[in-house]
Design a protein around this ligand. Structure first.
Ligand code: ATP
Ligand code: MG
Length: 205
């Protein structure tokens, strides 16, 4: 795609998630996909209501998760916390997010970044055909799920990133147990968790 003025369109990565909390696995992924694909920016798009997780556990308020993502990306070049799904509200469907981002700038090229654990499930996404036609899928390798691929008919590519065996689920348990978070979460994310008392955090623990 190109801009109406003939210049190249912005290459924009979309890395969606619950980010409850955002951890080094997310950040290493975003930074390395941006580098490998020469993306201008990667948006960490905070789900408002993650339809795949509703009913499975308590999910922290979207504003708390957004505050953690903003803290996580800090001033890292090319990474941004996005409020687009929070502002829309309701179920967070990638098809809607892509439409919003293209309405802002039709010349953009969109890259939807996924862990390989999520790749095989793409056809079950809301209006999957719209996602397929509006974006290229970027599958990053994730521990424990190597090899999962989008089905035939999708435009996609694989990017290898350093594999960090960490998940938000494990980190929530660590906070609740008072185990160390250092080097798994950025210092500013740890401070945000403590300041907001998330996951049963005790200040100074
Ligand atoms: P939870 O344990 O609550 O499911 P999570 O750590 O999987 O959390 P999500 O917010 O569900 O984090 O993930 C957002 C995106 O990040 C998904 O595409 C997921 O595949 C990817 N992802 C999660 N953990 C990692 C990791 N360690 N390395 C690379 N990608 C990851
Ligand atoms: Mg997950």
């Amino acid at each position: 795609m190109s801009r109406p003025d003939g210049g190249p369109g912005e290459r924009l990565g979309i890395f969606g998630g619950t980010f409850d909390p955002p951890h080094v696995g997310h950040l290493v992924t975003a930074v390395n996909v941006r580098h490998e694909l020469a993306l201008d920016r990667v948006l960490l798009v905070v789900n408002d209501q993650p339809w795949q997780k509703l009913g499975t556990r308590d999910i922290s308020p979207a504003e708390d998760r957004h505050a953690m993502v903003a803290a996580a990306v800090g001033s890292v070049e090319g990474l941004e916390a996005s409020r687009v799904e929070i502002e829309r509200g309701g179920m967070s469907y990638t098809a809607d997010t892509l439409a919003t981002l293209l309405a802002e700038d039709p010349g953009r090229e969109l890259y939807v970044i996924l862990g390989s654990d999520a790749a095989a499930g793409l056809p079950s996404w809301e209006r999957a055909d719209e996602v397929r036609s509006l974006a290229t899928i970027v599958v990053v390798e994730r521990p424990g799920a190597r090899g999962a691929e989008p089905p035939a008919g999708w435009s996609w590519q694989r990017v290898e990133v350093p594999r960090l065996e960490v998940s938000s689920t494990e980190l929530r348990a660590r906070v609740a147990d008072g185990r160390p978070l250092d080097y798994l979460l950025t210092p500013d994310v740890i401070a945000t968790i403590e300041a907001r008392g998330l996951y049963g955090a005790r200040v100074g623990s």
